[in-house]
Ligand binder design. Structure first.
Ligand code: HEM
Length: 201
């Protein structure tokens, strides 16, 4: 085994801030949606909007970091992406329960397997931006109606925003489970805290 440095300080900070903010958004969003009453609708609404702006700021900052450091290359895949994703999916469904080795070995220049790459890329480039855009449309709905938007769109916008929130909860549940499938149950989480991980030589 050897120790490798996988996550720079900024990346760990960004990851945990993002997680915290998303938990905050889900929690306050549920209260705004009327699922429970803890801080009250008004407060939940304001905290939700504050977290949304915080998330957007962190995403912009993270984009800047990933591009200027060149770390975005970790998300690109060479060769047949579909074949690689299927290999990784087969491992999660069958191989992992037969104690087979991970199909893709981790190292400093390739820390994410193809399924992680496509999932995180989809979340960061499609899922979260869509959710933020629908959130902003919802927030500025009256102003947009004044500018000519059809008021009947309020309901679909609200439904899409809620649907995306449920999908995000699905992502978090799967994501946390997947992080326990490293070479030990906690090795991936430790790496996201300390930056370092032990991998096979
Ligand atoms: C709540 C929203 C969350 C989002 C949006 C999120 C997003 C991400 C992203 C984009 C990465 C890839 C970072 C990179 O390598 O460039 C990542 C990695 C990781 N995340 Fe999260 N995360 C969330 C919550 C969590 C939670 C709650 C945990 C653990 C309890 C966690 C543990 C990890 C770990 C261990 C990794 C390392 C790579 C892996 O095992 O996939 N995350 N996360």
């Amino acid at each position: 085994m050897r120790k490798i440095y996988l996550y720079a300080r900024f990346q760990r900070f960004w990851h945990w801030m993002q997680a915290l903010i998303i938990f905050g958004l889900l929690f306050t969003g549920m209260e705004v949606h009327g699922l429970f009453k803890i801080m009250g609708y008004e407060a939940a609404f304001h905290v939700h909007n504050f977290f949304a702006v915080a998330l957007l700021s962190f995403i912009v900052l993270a984009f800047f970091w990933y591009i200027t450091t060149g770390d975005f290359r970790q998300y690109l895949t060479e060769g047949n992406l579909v074949e690689k994703i299927l290999m990784q999916a087969r491992y999660y469904v069958i191989g992992i329960f037969r104690n087979e080795p991970h199909p893709f070995k981790k190292n400093e220049i390739s820390r994410l397997n193809p399924l992680q790459r496509i999932t995180y890329l989809g979340l960061t480039l499609v899922g979260l931006p869509l959710q933020i855009i629908f959130g902003f449309i919802y927030y500025y709905f009256n102003e947009l109606v004044d500018l000519g938007m059809n008021p009947a769109w309020l309901e679909p916008v609200a439904h899409i925003h809620t649907l995306l929130a449920y999908l995000l909860i699905g992502f978090v549940v799967m994501h946390v489970y997947m992080t326990t499938t490293g070479h030990t149950v906690t090795s991936n989480i430790k790496a996201m805290i300390t930056g370092w991980e032990e991998v096979e030589d």
